[in-house]
Design a protein. Structure first.
Length: 260
């Protein structure tokens, strides 16, 4: 297939009135995976939220499989915290349209409904992939990747450990039949054992689905991606191909200068 899978053109965004990132331009080929690496608080999570439509882009364009996902008009500006301007001014992005296109975002901090069971949560995820794939086959694949979830299908999310909740989040991303799966800090804060289990599952998913991964573990990123983008103060400050990927310490020096 010709053309880019995902293309960002001079994309800017943030949280009104604070701009977090600006003029982000990149193109991601079909079948390729990319990583975003940089200091915490510099806009990586905000960028992913904007690509998935959770936040409205301030300017620029998001194209997926050659189709523009955002409206071309300028963003609406809020003048009050107490009035829903979306009733009068449509947003530039529709998250439902993004999901229907097959661009699936597994957000940081496993944002799940605590009172749903694991079985119910996975059933909700099936709705996102409706019409793109065999949902039951993907469900069985997810349970094979995360066997401990099969043992906990009847448990509520709030009774799971942090690692188990993250497994549910990634399983939901797979069951949603992604054409592109975005993972934001998927192994953050996990014990070494659970981190290893989750990383192995993500490597398996990578064999069939392109990924965008935000993570602070350079070795983990290097094992998954084709291209690494350095993200610094809301801008892309560098691009590194896998074969040229430096060590974590070398990356720190690239971002911050000499470290001791």
């Amino acid at each position: 297939m010709s053309g880019a899978l995902l293309e960002l053109r001079a994309l800017s965004g943030g949280y009104e009135p604070v701009q977090i990132f600006r003029d982000v331009t990149l193109a991601m080929d079909h079948g390729a995976s990319i990583g975003l690496f940089g200091p915490n608080g510099h806009g990586k999570t905000t960028l992913l939220k904007t690509i998935s439509g959770l936040l409205d882009p301030w300017s620029g364009d998001i194209l997926f499989e050659g189709v523009r996902l955002n409206r071309e008009r300028a963003r609406g500006r809020r003048r009050s915290l107490y009035f829903n301007y979306e009733v009068l001014i449509p947003r530039r992005m529709n998250p439902q349209r993004v999901v229907r296109a097959g661009l699936i975002h597994v957000a940081q901090s496993n944002l799940l409904f605590p009172e749903l069971t694991v079985r119910e949560t996975l059933a909700v995820a099936r709705l996102a992939g409706r019409g793109r794939a065999d949902a039951e086959a993907l469900r069985q694949q997810a349970l094979a990747l995360f066997p401990r979830l099969r043992e906990r299908l009847g448990q509520k999310i709030r009774f799971l450990s942090g690692g188990e909740r993250q497994m549910v989040s990634v399983a939901c991303g797979l069951i949603a039949a992604p054409k592109l799966l975005m993972l934001d800090e998927p192994t953050l804060g996990l014990s070494p054992k659970l981190r290893h289990e989750l990383a192995a599952a993500i490597h398996s998913i990578r064999q069939q689905v392109p990924l965008i991964v935000v993570d602070q573990d350079v070795d983990f990123l290097k094992s998954l991606i084709d291209t690494l983008y350095l993200f610094d103060h809301g801008r892309i400050s560098g691009r590194i191909e896998r074969q040229d990927m430096p060590s974590h310490d070398q990356l720190m020096r690239m971002l911050f200068g000499q470290t001791h």
